[in-house]
Design a binder for this molecule. Sequence first.
Ligand code: FAD
Length: 377
Amino acid sequence: MSYKADITIIGAGVVGLAIAAQVASKDTEVYVLEKNEAFGLETSSRHSGVIHSGVYYPKGSLKAKMCVAGNRMLYDLCERYGIGYRRLRKLIVASSDEETGELNTLLERGRRNRTESLRILSKREMKELEPNIEGVAAILSPSTGIIDSYALMQCFIARATDGSAQIAYQTKVAGIEKLADGYKVSVEDRTGRSSFTTRLLINCAGLHCDKVAELAGIDIVKAGYKLHYCKGEYFSVGSSKSKLVKRLIYPVPPPKITGVGIHLTLDLDGRMRLGPDIHYVDNIDYAVDNQHKQLFYDSARKFLPFIEYEDLEPEMSGIRPKLQKPDEDIQNFIIRDESDKGLPGFINLIGIESPGLTASPAIAEYVRNLVKELLAK
Ligand SMILES: Cc1cc2nc3c(=O)[nH]c(=O)nc-3n(C[C@H](O)[C@H](O)[C@H](O)COP(=O)(O)OP(=O)(O)OC[C@H]3O[C@@H](n4cnc5c(N)ncnc54)[C@H](O)[C@@H]3O)c2cc1C
Protein backbone atom coordinates (compact mmCIF):
# COMPACT_ATOMS: atom_id res chain seq x y z
CA MET A 1 0.00 0.00 0.00
CA SER A 2 1.23 3.56 -0.59
CA TYR A 3 0.62 6.11 2.11
CA LYS A 4 0.38 9.84 1.98
CA ALA A 5 2.49 10.06 5.16
CA ASP A 6 5.11 7.78 6.63
CA ILE A 7 4.71 9.26 10.11
CA THR A 8 1.90 11.42 11.48
CA ILE A 9 2.29 13.15 14.84
CA ILE A 10 -0.81 14.41 16.63
CA GLY A 11 -0.09 17.54 18.69
CA ALA A 12 2.37 20.43 18.28
CA GLY A 13 3.30 20.80 21.94
CA VAL A 14 6.91 20.47 23.04
CA VAL A 15 6.75 16.66 22.96
CA GLY A 16 5.22 16.29 19.47
CA LEU A 17 7.65 18.88 18.11
CA ALA A 18 10.68 17.25 19.75
CA ILE A 19 9.66 13.96 18.14
CA ALA A 20 9.12 15.65 14.75
CA ALA A 21 12.65 17.07 14.99
CA GLN A 22 14.03 13.57 15.64
CA VAL A 23 12.14 11.58 13.01
CA ALA A 24 12.02 14.08 10.13
CA SER A 25 14.32 13.39 7.20
CA LYS A 26 14.32 14.10 3.48
CA ASP A 27 13.18 10.58 2.64
CA THR A 28 10.44 10.31 5.31
CA GLU A 29 7.11 12.08 4.87
CA VAL A 30 6.25 13.50 8.32
CA TYR A 31 3.13 15.46 9.23
CA VAL A 32 2.38 17.18 12.52
CA LEU A 33 -1.33 17.91 13.07
CA GLU A 34 -2.35 20.58 15.55
CA LYS A 35 -5.91 21.61 16.33
CA ASN A 36 -4.98 25.13 17.51
CA GLU A 37 -3.85 28.00 15.30
CA ALA A 38 -0.26 27.85 16.56
CA PHE A 39 2.15 25.52 18.35
CA GLY A 40 2.49 25.15 22.10
CA LEU A 41 -0.70 26.91 23.15
CA GLU A 42 -1.69 24.32 25.77
CA THR A 43 0.42 22.76 28.55
CA SER A 44 3.68 23.58 26.77
CA SER A 45 3.18 27.28 27.50
CA ARG A 46 1.57 26.88 30.94
CA HIS A 47 4.35 25.59 33.16
CA SER A 48 7.22 26.71 35.41
CA GLY A 49 9.83 26.50 32.66
CA VAL A 50 12.18 24.59 34.92
CA ILE A 51 14.86 22.22 33.64
CA HIS A 52 14.39 19.62 36.36
CA SER A 53 17.23 17.51 37.68
CA GLY A 54 15.37 14.25 38.43
CA VAL A 55 15.33 14.22 42.23
CA TYR A 56 11.70 13.33 42.74
CA TYR A 57 10.86 10.33 40.56
CA PRO A 58 10.96 6.63 41.47
CA LYS A 59 14.19 4.87 40.53
CA GLY A 60 14.15 3.18 37.14
CA SER A 61 10.92 4.91 36.05
CA LEU A 62 10.71 6.52 32.62
CA LYS A 63 10.11 9.80 34.42
CA ALA A 64 13.42 9.52 36.26
CA LYS A 65 15.45 8.24 33.31
CA MET A 66 14.07 10.74 30.82
CA CYS A 67 14.29 13.66 33.19
CA VAL A 68 17.97 13.04 33.93
CA ALA A 69 18.83 12.39 30.26
CA GLY A 70 16.63 15.29 29.08
CA ASN A 71 18.29 17.67 31.53
CA ARG A 72 21.69 17.13 29.90
CA MET A 73 20.27 17.15 26.39
CA LEU A 74 18.42 20.43 26.98
CA TYR A 75 21.54 22.23 28.19
CA ASP A 76 23.39 20.95 25.09
CA LEU A 77 20.56 22.10 22.80
CA CYS A 78 20.51 25.52 24.47
CA GLU A 79 24.25 25.94 23.90
CA ARG A 80 24.20 24.63 20.36
CA TYR A 81 21.17 26.55 19.09
CA GLY A 82 21.32 29.70 21.21
CA ILE A 83 18.12 28.95 23.19
CA GLY A 84 17.73 31.17 26.26
CA TYR A 85 18.44 29.43 29.57
CA ARG A 86 19.98 30.00 32.98
CA ARG A 87 21.46 27.31 35.19
CA LEU A 88 20.12 29.02 38.31
CA ARG A 89 20.34 25.99 40.62
CA LYS A 90 17.72 25.08 43.17
CA LEU A 91 17.33 24.67 46.90
CA ILE A 92 14.82 22.27 48.46
CA VAL A 93 14.32 23.71 51.92
CA ALA A 94 13.37 21.79 55.07
CA SER A 95 11.39 23.93 57.51
CA SER A 96 11.56 21.52 60.46
CA ASP A 97 13.64 18.64 61.79
CA GLU A 98 11.07 16.12 60.49
CA GLU A 99 11.47 17.58 57.02
CA THR A 100 15.25 17.23 57.30
CA GLY A 101 14.68 13.46 57.37
CA GLU A 102 12.76 13.84 54.13
CA LEU A 103 15.74 15.66 52.61
CA ASN A 104 17.87 12.57 53.18
CA THR A 105 15.28 10.38 51.45
CA LEU A 106 15.18 12.79 48.50
CA LEU A 107 18.97 12.94 48.35
CA GLU A 108 19.17 9.14 48.22
CA ARG A 109 16.48 8.95 45.55
CA GLY A 110 18.16 11.66 43.50
CA ARG A 111 21.53 9.92 43.73
CA ARG A 112 20.01 6.60 42.68
CA ASN A 113 18.51 8.42 39.68
CA ARG A 114 22.02 9.74 38.88
CA THR A 115 20.99 13.34 39.35
CA GLU A 116 24.12 15.49 39.14
CA SER A 117 26.04 16.56 42.28
CA LEU A 118 23.24 16.88 44.82
CA ARG A 119 24.31 17.76 48.33
CA ILE A 120 22.80 18.68 51.67
CA LEU A 121 23.52 22.13 53.05
CA SER A 122 23.47 23.02 56.73
CA LYS A 123 21.43 26.03 57.82
CA ARG A 124 24.59 28.15 57.81
CA GLU A 125 25.60 27.05 54.29
CA MET A 126 22.05 27.63 53.07
CA LYS A 127 21.97 31.13 54.57
CA GLU A 128 25.32 31.96 52.96
CA LEU A 129 23.80 31.25 49.56
CA GLU A 130 20.34 32.70 50.20
CA PRO A 131 20.27 34.96 53.28
CA ASN A 132 16.60 35.86 52.83
CA ILE A 133 15.08 32.40 53.07
CA GLU A 134 14.10 30.52 56.21
CA GLY A 135 14.72 26.85 57.01
CA VAL A 136 16.81 24.37 58.97
CA ALA A 137 18.65 22.69 56.06
CA ALA A 138 18.39 22.29 52.29
CA ILE A 139 19.37 20.22 49.28
CA LEU A 140 21.33 22.07 46.61
CA SER A 141 20.62 20.86 43.09
CA PRO A 142 23.27 22.34 40.78
CA SER A 143 21.78 21.01 37.53
CA THR A 144 18.37 22.71 37.87
CA GLY A 145 17.77 25.67 35.59
CA ILE A 146 15.19 27.54 33.55
CA ILE A 147 14.62 27.60 29.80
CA ASP A 148 12.83 29.67 27.18
CA SER A 149 10.38 26.93 26.19
CA TYR A 150 8.97 28.99 23.30
CA ALA A 151 12.46 29.22 21.76
CA LEU A 152 12.96 25.49 22.39
CA MET A 153 9.79 24.70 20.42
CA GLN A 154 10.87 27.07 17.63
CA CYS A 155 14.18 25.20 17.50
CA PHE A 156 12.40 21.83 17.24
CA ILE A 157 10.19 23.23 14.46
CA ALA A 158 13.20 24.53 12.52
CA ARG A 159 14.91 21.14 12.75
CA ALA A 160 11.71 19.28 11.84
CA THR A 161 10.94 21.45 8.81
CA ASP A 162 14.61 21.31 7.69
CA GLY A 163 14.04 17.57 7.62
CA SER A 164 10.96 18.36 5.46
CA ALA A 165 8.27 17.72 8.10
CA GLN A 166 5.06 19.68 7.53
CA ILE A 167 2.94 21.19 10.31
CA ALA A 168 -0.79 21.67 9.74
CA TYR A 169 -2.46 24.04 12.20
CA GLN A 170 -6.21 24.28 12.83
CA THR A 171 -6.34 20.61 11.93
CA LYS A 172 -8.04 18.42 14.48
CA VAL A 173 -7.81 14.66 14.39
CA ALA A 174 -11.39 13.43 14.58
CA GLY A 175 -11.15 9.78 13.54
CA ILE A 176 -8.62 6.95 13.36
CA GLU A 177 -9.27 3.77 11.41
CA LYS A 178 -6.94 0.79 11.38
CA LEU A 179 -6.06 -0.38 7.86
CA ALA A 180 -4.33 -3.63 6.88
CA ASP A 181 -0.93 -1.99 7.43
CA GLY A 182 -1.31 1.60 8.63
CA TYR A 183 -4.05 4.05 9.55
CA LYS A 184 -6.66 6.24 7.93
CA VAL A 185 -6.74 9.55 9.80
CA SER A 186 -9.81 11.80 9.53
CA VAL A 187 -9.26 15.47 10.21
CA GLU A 188 -11.40 18.56 10.57
CA ASP A 189 -9.91 21.80 9.30
CA ARG A 190 -11.15 25.13 7.94
CA THR A 191 -12.26 23.46 4.73
CA GLY A 192 -14.29 20.72 6.40
CA ARG A 193 -13.59 17.02 6.96
CA SER A 194 -11.09 14.96 4.98
CA SER A 195 -8.86 11.96 5.49
CA PHE A 196 -5.47 10.58 4.52
CA THR A 197 -3.39 7.49 5.21
CA THR A 198 -0.27 7.12 7.30
CA ARG A 199 1.97 4.22 8.10
CA LEU A 200 2.78 5.24 11.67
CA LEU A 201 0.71 7.41 13.99
CA ILE A 202 2.09 9.05 17.13
CA ASN A 203 -0.32 10.41 19.73
CA CYS A 204 1.18 13.43 21.55
CA ALA A 205 -2.16 15.11 22.23
CA GLY A 206 -1.37 16.15 25.82
CA LEU A 207 -4.59 16.77 27.77
CA HIS A 208 -6.56 15.03 25.01
CA CYS A 209 -4.34 11.99 24.45
CA ASP A 210 -6.79 9.61 26.12
CA LYS A 211 -9.57 10.77 23.78
CA VAL A 212 -7.27 10.31 20.77
CA ALA A 213 -6.38 6.79 21.96
CA GLU A 214 -10.11 6.13 22.23
CA LEU A 215 -10.60 7.22 18.60
CA ALA A 216 -8.43 4.26 17.61
CA GLY A 217 -10.75 1.91 19.54
CA ILE A 218 -8.71 1.54 22.74
CA ASP A 219 -10.73 1.02 25.92
CA ILE A 220 -8.96 3.74 27.90
CA VAL A 221 -10.29 2.68 31.29
CA LYS A 222 -9.16 -0.91 30.80
CA ALA A 223 -5.81 0.23 29.40
CA GLY A 224 -5.28 2.61 32.34
CA TYR A 225 -5.08 5.62 30.01
CA LYS A 226 -7.90 7.72 31.45
CA LEU A 227 -6.59 11.16 32.37
CA HIS A 228 -7.47 13.20 35.43
CA TYR A 229 -7.02 16.94 35.08
CA CYS A 230 -5.03 18.52 37.86
CA LYS A 231 -4.81 22.28 37.82
CA GLY A 232 -1.87 24.34 39.00
CA GLU A 233 -2.18 28.09 39.51
CA TYR A 234 0.56 30.70 39.77
CA PHE A 235 0.70 34.04 41.59
CA SER A 236 3.29 36.64 40.59
CA VAL A 237 5.38 38.28 43.29
CA GLY A 238 5.85 42.08 43.16
CA SER A 239 9.05 43.20 41.45
CA SER A 240 10.35 44.93 44.61
CA LYS A 241 11.18 41.45 45.97
CA SER A 242 12.77 40.04 42.83
CA LYS A 243 16.39 40.57 43.90
CA LEU A 244 15.95 38.81 47.25
CA VAL A 245 16.74 35.31 45.99
CA LYS A 246 19.04 34.09 43.23
CA ARG A 247 17.98 30.46 42.99
CA LEU A 248 14.76 28.49 42.60
CA ILE A 249 13.43 27.75 46.09
CA TYR A 250 11.25 24.69 46.76
CA PRO A 251 9.76 23.24 49.92
CA VAL A 252 10.06 19.56 50.79
CA PRO A 253 7.37 17.96 48.60
CA PRO A 254 4.13 16.71 50.10
CA PRO A 255 3.67 12.92 50.45
CA LYS A 256 2.87 10.97 47.23
CA ILE A 257 4.45 13.75 45.15
CA THR A 258 1.22 14.76 43.40
CA GLY A 259 3.19 17.94 42.80
CA VAL A 260 6.44 19.32 44.15
CA GLY A 261 4.81 21.87 46.47
CA ILE A 262 4.16 25.58 45.89
CA HIS A 263 7.61 26.94 45.11
CA LEU A 264 9.34 30.07 43.97
CA THR A 265 10.61 30.30 40.42
CA LEU A 266 12.28 33.04 38.45
CA ASP A 267 11.87 33.58 34.74
CA LEU A 268 14.59 34.61 32.31
CA ASP A 269 13.79 38.29 32.96
CA GLY A 270 14.22 37.77 36.70
CA ARG A 271 10.48 37.96 37.49
CA MET A 272 9.43 35.97 40.54
CA ARG A 273 6.35 33.82 40.87
CA LEU A 274 4.88 31.27 43.23
CA GLY A 275 3.18 28.08 42.19
CA PRO A 276 1.82 25.81 41.05
CA ASP A 277 -0.70 24.57 43.61
CA ILE A 278 -2.61 21.34 43.08
CA HIS A 279 -6.30 20.75 42.67
CA TYR A 280 -8.15 18.27 40.53
CA VAL A 281 -10.75 19.74 38.15
CA ASP A 282 -13.34 18.32 35.79
CA ASN A 283 -12.88 20.76 32.93
CA ILE A 284 -10.11 22.70 31.22
CA ASP A 285 -10.46 26.25 32.53
CA TYR A 286 -7.37 28.38 33.05
CA ALA A 287 -8.88 31.13 35.25
CA VAL A 288 -6.93 31.77 38.47
CA ASP A 289 -9.05 31.92 41.63
CA ASN A 290 -7.98 34.89 43.75
CA GLN A 291 -9.43 33.11 46.78
CA HIS A 292 -6.43 30.77 46.63
CA LYS A 293 -4.11 33.67 47.44
CA GLN A 294 -4.19 32.94 51.17
CA LEU A 295 -3.04 29.36 50.57
CA PHE A 296 -0.14 30.60 48.46
CA TYR A 297 0.79 33.16 51.09
CA ASP A 298 0.63 30.65 53.96
CA SER A 299 2.68 28.04 52.05
CA ALA A 300 5.34 30.52 50.99
CA ARG A 301 5.75 32.41 54.28
CA LYS A 302 7.16 29.27 55.88
CA PHE A 303 10.38 29.46 53.85
CA LEU A 304 10.12 32.85 52.11
CA PRO A 305 9.46 35.21 55.05
CA PHE A 306 9.95 38.36 52.95
CA ILE A 307 6.76 37.72 50.96
CA GLU A 308 3.80 39.89 51.98
CA TYR A 309 0.17 39.11 51.18
CA GLU A 310 -0.04 42.30 49.05
CA ASP A 311 2.91 41.14 46.91
CA LEU A 312 0.84 38.38 45.29
CA GLU A 313 -1.23 38.79 42.13
CA PRO A 314 -3.02 36.03 40.17
CA GLU A 315 -0.90 35.24 37.11
CA MET A 316 -1.72 32.13 35.08
CA SER A 317 -2.42 28.40 35.37
CA GLY A 318 -1.72 25.11 33.68
CA ILE A 319 -3.38 21.70 33.81
CA ARG A 320 -1.52 18.47 34.39
CA PRO A 321 -2.66 15.40 32.42
CA LYS A 322 -2.40 13.00 35.36
CA LEU A 323 -2.86 9.25 35.27
CA GLN A 324 -3.33 9.07 39.03
CA LYS A 325 -6.44 10.17 40.88
CA PRO A 326 -6.08 12.27 44.06
CA ASP A 327 -4.21 10.32 46.77
CA GLU A 328 -2.99 7.62 44.38
CA ASP A 329 0.73 7.00 43.97
CA ILE A 330 2.79 8.76 41.32
CA GLN A 331 2.41 7.09 37.90
CA ASN A 332 4.97 6.66 35.18
CA PHE A 333 4.87 8.14 31.67
CA ILE A 334 3.24 5.71 29.23
CA ILE A 335 5.10 5.60 25.89
CA ARG A 336 4.36 2.51 23.83
CA ASP A 337 3.60 1.02 20.47
CA GLU A 338 0.18 -0.64 20.64
CA SER A 339 0.98 -3.83 18.68
CA ASP A 340 -0.33 -5.94 21.58
CA LYS A 341 -3.71 -4.20 21.24
CA GLY A 342 -3.82 -5.06 17.53
CA LEU A 343 -2.65 -1.56 16.60
CA PRO A 344 0.96 -1.89 15.40
CA GLY A 345 2.52 1.43 14.47
CA PHE A 346 0.20 3.41 16.75
CA ILE A 347 2.45 4.96 19.41
CA ASN A 348 0.73 6.47 22.44
CA LEU A 349 2.26 8.99 24.82
CA ILE A 350 -0.07 9.23 27.80
CA GLY A 351 0.23 11.19 31.03
CA ILE A 352 3.18 13.35 29.95
CA GLU A 353 3.00 15.71 32.90
CA SER A 354 6.01 17.25 34.64
CA PRO A 355 8.92 16.73 33.91
CA GLY A 356 7.68 16.52 30.30
CA LEU A 357 9.34 19.75 29.21
CA THR A 358 12.72 18.65 30.61
CA ALA A 359 12.28 15.13 29.29
CA SER A 360 11.12 16.17 25.80
CA PRO A 361 14.42 15.55 23.93
CA ALA A 362 14.91 12.21 25.70
CA ILE A 363 11.31 11.17 24.99
CA ALA A 364 11.90 12.07 21.34
CA GLU A 365 15.00 9.88 21.17
CA TYR A 366 13.09 6.98 22.78
CA VAL A 367 10.24 7.35 20.27
CA ARG A 368 12.69 7.62 17.36
CA ASN A 369 14.05 4.19 18.36
CA LEU A 370 10.52 2.74 18.45
CA VAL A 371 9.89 4.27 15.00
CA LYS A 372 13.10 2.78 13.60
CA GLU A 373 12.10 -0.68 14.81
CA LEU A 374 8.60 -0.33 13.37
CA LEU A 375 9.80 0.95 9.97
CA ALA A 376 12.33 -1.88 9.76
CA LYS A 377 9.56 -4.50 10.07
C1 FAD B 1 1.44 23.67 36.07
C2 FAD B 1 2.49 22.91 35.30
C3 FAD B 1 3.85 23.14 35.56
C4 FAD B 1 4.82 22.42 34.87
N1 FAD B 1 6.15 22.72 35.07
C5 FAD B 1 7.10 22.03 34.42
C6 FAD B 1 8.47 22.34 34.59
O1 FAD B 1 8.83 23.29 35.26
N2 FAD B 1 9.40 21.56 33.97
C7 FAD B 1 9.05 20.49 33.20
O2 FAD B 1 9.92 19.80 32.73
N3 FAD B 1 7.73 20.22 32.95
C8 FAD B 1 6.76 20.97 33.51
N4 FAD B 1 5.44 20.71 33.28
C9 FAD B 1 5.10 19.65 32.34
C10 FAD B 1 5.21 20.10 30.87
O3 FAD B 1 4.71 21.40 30.71
C11 FAD B 1 4.41 19.12 30.01
O4 FAD B 1 4.84 17.80 30.32
C12 FAD B 1 4.64 19.34 28.52
O5 FAD B 1 4.43 20.68 28.17
C13 FAD B 1 3.69 18.43 27.75
O6 FAD B 1 3.85 18.69 26.39
P1 FAD B 1 2.94 17.93 25.34
O7 FAD B 1 3.49 18.26 24.01
O8 FAD B 1 2.84 16.48 25.74
O9 FAD B 1 1.45 18.49 25.57
P2 FAD B 1 0.77 19.86 25.07
O10 FAD B 1 1.66 21.01 25.20
O11 FAD B 1 -0.54 19.90 25.78
O12 FAD B 1 0.53 19.61 23.53
C14 FAD B 1 -0.46 18.74 23.04
C15 FAD B 1 -0.98 19.34 21.77
O13 FAD B 1 -1.88 18.41 21.17
C16 FAD B 1 -2.89 19.14 20.53
N5 FAD B 1 -4.06 18.27 20.31
C17 FAD B 1 -4.81 17.65 21.25
N6 FAD B 1 -5.79 16.93 20.68
C18 FAD B 1 -5.64 17.06 19.33
C19 FAD B 1 -6.36 16.55 18.21
N7 FAD B 1 -7.42 15.74 18.34
N8 FAD B 1 -5.93 16.91 16.96
C20 FAD B 1 -4.86 17.74 16.81
N9 FAD B 1 -4.17 18.26 17.84
C21 FAD B 1 -4.53 17.91 19.08
C22 FAD B 1 -3.19 20.25 21.52
O14 FAD B 1 -3.87 21.34 20.93
C23 FAD B 1 -1.80 20.61 22.02
O15 FAD B 1 -1.22 21.70 21.33
C24 FAD B 1 4.45 21.44 33.91
C25 FAD B 1 3.08 21.23 33.65
C26 FAD B 1 2.11 21.97 34.32
C27 FAD B 1 0.67 21.77 33.98
